[in-house]
Ligand binder design. Structure first.
Ligand code: CA
Length: 225
């Protein structure tokens, strides 16, 4: 699960990054309007934490652009401005939630999980596919009722596949989602190949009816047999 923090206060951004990384999110940051705009244009995120007052523009404008581009990222506004006007404008523009600074990281965490559950999981706690079941918050995978042991990357890969089931997932999209934005500078994607190989082996040995198919040269597609 990948999060973008758009925040110009360095210390706040850093402490959010550290806390969310501990929660095992893949975390990216942008400290101004222009960087945030570019990142949102190029990359995909599950959730964007958006400050309104940025040195070179308004977070509300970023939200406007996001909606205009038809992007489906969840947006939680984090702002010191606690005026009702800002809050209403943010929510009217399509923000999923609004937190007034200062806030507790525990509250932010709960809100992130709530928007992800609401939008990505349609209110459910688990993602189901074939005889697989993923508990996103507990980061556990079950085959029928048996727990399947996966490492962190294997879990993130499987999670991303299940969010994109029956769709072609490119290697680049997968790498950016599981390893982070800067992975597009990598020389090759061999590291994905090895993780997928291990994941496939584990799925096979656990008798799942879910299969990861390679689409030669492009990426992967998960299917139910
Ligand atoms: Ca600010």
């Amino acid at each position: 699960m990948k999060i973008l923090i758009v925040e110009d206060e360095k210390e706040l951004s850093k402490s959010l990054e550290e806390s969310l990384t501990k929660e095992l999110f893949v975390v990216e940051t942008a400290a101004n309007f222009i960087t945030a705009s570019e990142k949102i244009d190029i990359y995909e995120y599950d959730c964007i934490l958006l400050d309104i007052g940025l040195p070179d523009g308004s977070g509300l404008e970023i939200l406007r652009q996001l909606k205009k581009a038809g992007k489906s990222e969840n947006v939680i506004i984090i702002s010191a401005k606690d005026s009702l006007d800002d809050k209403l404008m943010g929510l009217n523009l399509g923000a999923d939630d609004y937190l007034t600074k200062p806030f507790h990281i525990a509250e932010l965490n709960a809100r992130i999980k709530a928007v992800l559950r609401r939008k990505k999981l349609k209110g459910k706690q688990r993602l189901e596919y074939g005889n697989l079941s993923l508990d996103i918050e507990e980061r556990r995978v079950y085959v029928n009722q048996d727990l399947l042991s996966l490492n962190r990357k294997e879990f993130d890969i499987l999670n991303y596949f299940l969010f994109n089931k029956n769709r072609l997932v490119t290697k680049t999209a997968l790498a950016e989602h599981v390893w982070g934005d800067n992975i597009d500078q990598a020389d090759n994607f061999d590291f994905i190949y090895y993780q997928i190989k291990n994941l496939r082996k584990k799925l096979r040995e656990a008798n799942t009816n879910v299969k990861i198919n390679a689409v030669y040269g492009i990426g992967y597609r998960i299917t139910e047999e």
